[in-house]
Ligand binder design. Sequence first.
Ligand code: SAH
Length: 450
Amino acid sequence: MKKNEIYETEITGMTHEGAGVCRIDGMAVFVPMTAVGDTLRVRIVKVLKSYAFGIVEELLHPAAGRCEPDCPVFRQCGGCTYRHLTYEAESKIKEQQVRDAFERIGGLHPVFDPILQGESRTGYRNKAQYPVAEQDEHLVCGFYAKHSHRVIPYTRCALQPERFAEVIEWLLPRLEAAGVTAYREETHSGELRHLYLRQGYHSGEMSLCLVVKQSIAEKLQPVLPELQAQFPEIVSITENRNPERTNVILGRKQTTLAGKDTITDTMSGNRVELSPLSFYQVNTSQAERLYAVGREFAALTGNELLLDLYCGAGTIGLSMAHQVRSLIGVEVIPEAVENAKENAARNGIKNAQFHCGDAGEIAKTLRESGTKPDVIVLDPPRKGCDAATIEAVSGMKPERIVMISCNPATAARDCKAFAALGFITERVRAVDLFAGTAHVECVVLMSREK
Ligand code: SAH
C-alpha cells in the first residue's frame, strides 16, 4: 500500500477516537468522519507498519445515521467528531464504546443501563477558551486546526452559546483599536493569548478572563465600561497572567479588572462560586443528571458515612450531603479544597469535611484511623485510580462504590482490579456530557461481595 493510492472499501468498525476503520489487504486503515456501513473510495494519506490512515475520496453509499454536519468548520476543527452523524447514531456508538470497555478490558458483565443523552448537541457548553492570533494585521480568534497551533478564525462554535460569539465579535475590534497585540508562540512575543468566557447555566452570570503574557490592564481601561454597558451579564472581568512558554492555557496570577472575582451558579441545587481557575463540569444540566445517576446508585438512606474521593470543589458529595450522616471529601488541589469548604458553608452544609492530598494516601490514613465509609464515590481524572487508592478503598470495606469516570477504558481496568478484591460491578450507565465530541462519561455501581 502506498500514499495517494485509492481503494474502494467499506467501513466495518470504529475506534474510540471516532475514526472509521476498514480493512484493505489485511491492513487496518483509519478514516475519520465516516460511519460503519459507508461504502466509499478512500485515498491513503499515510502508511505505517501494520496500519494506515486514509481520507474520504468519494462517498459511494452512505451508511444509515449519517447527516449533513451543522457546522461549516467541522472538517478542519479538532473539537467535534460526530457531527456527520445523527445524535441517535452517535449515542449508539458511545453506548457500545462503554459496553466494549467493560466487557473486553474489564472482562465484566454488569447490567448496562441505556445511555443518558444530552438535552442538546449545540450551545451546551458553559465555558470557551479562544486562542488569539494576528492575521493580515488584524486580531482574530477561533480554534486550532487539527494537530497544529494555527488559529482558524471562527467564533460561532456550535458547542458554545451564541452569546459568546457576540461578545467576542464585539470585543476583538475594540481591543485592536486599543493597541492590544496577539501573543505569538514562535517568538514568545506579543500580549493576548486567550479570551476565556464562562457563563452560569442557571444564573446567566458571565465572566470574561483575558489570558495575557504581560498585563494589558492599562490599554483595557477605555474598553471595559463600554463592554459592561453592552453586555450587562458580564459581572466579572479578570486578567490571568501566563508569562511561560507553554501549552497550558492559564497561569497562576489572577487579577480582577472590573466587577467581581467570581461568578455564581447553582449545581444540583447548591450555590457555587467559580473563579476562572476552578474546575467545573462544562455541561451543567447534564452534569446534574450525571450526579443524579450517582445518587441513585449510591442509594443513600440518611445514615451513611460517605467518602468522596477526587472531589474537586465538592459538587458531587455536596449534592448528596442531605442524604448522609456525614461526608468526607478528598482532593489534591488546595484551591479546590478551599472552594469545597466555602461551597459547603455557603449552602449551610455542616456535616461535611474536606482533606487536601493524594486520594490514595488520605484513604490509607483514614483506613488506618478506623474510618469506615458505607459508600465511596470515586471521580478520578482520565488516567483512573492508582493501585494504592484501589487497595485503600477496598480495605475500608464499603458496602458500595460509585465510580464516575470520563474514561471508560481506565474505569473498566480499575473495576477489574476491584473485582479481584471482592467488589462486583453491578451496573454501568453511559452519560453523554460532550455531545458531538468523542468523549463520554460513565457511572458504575460496585457492591461488596457478601
Ligand atoms: N468530582 C469533581 C472533580 C472531578 S475531576 C467534580 O465532579 O467536579 C477530578 C479531580 O481529581 C480534579 O479536581 C483533580 O484535581 C483531582 N485529582 C487528580 N489527581 C488526584 C489525586 N492523586 N488525589 C486526589 N485528587 C486528585
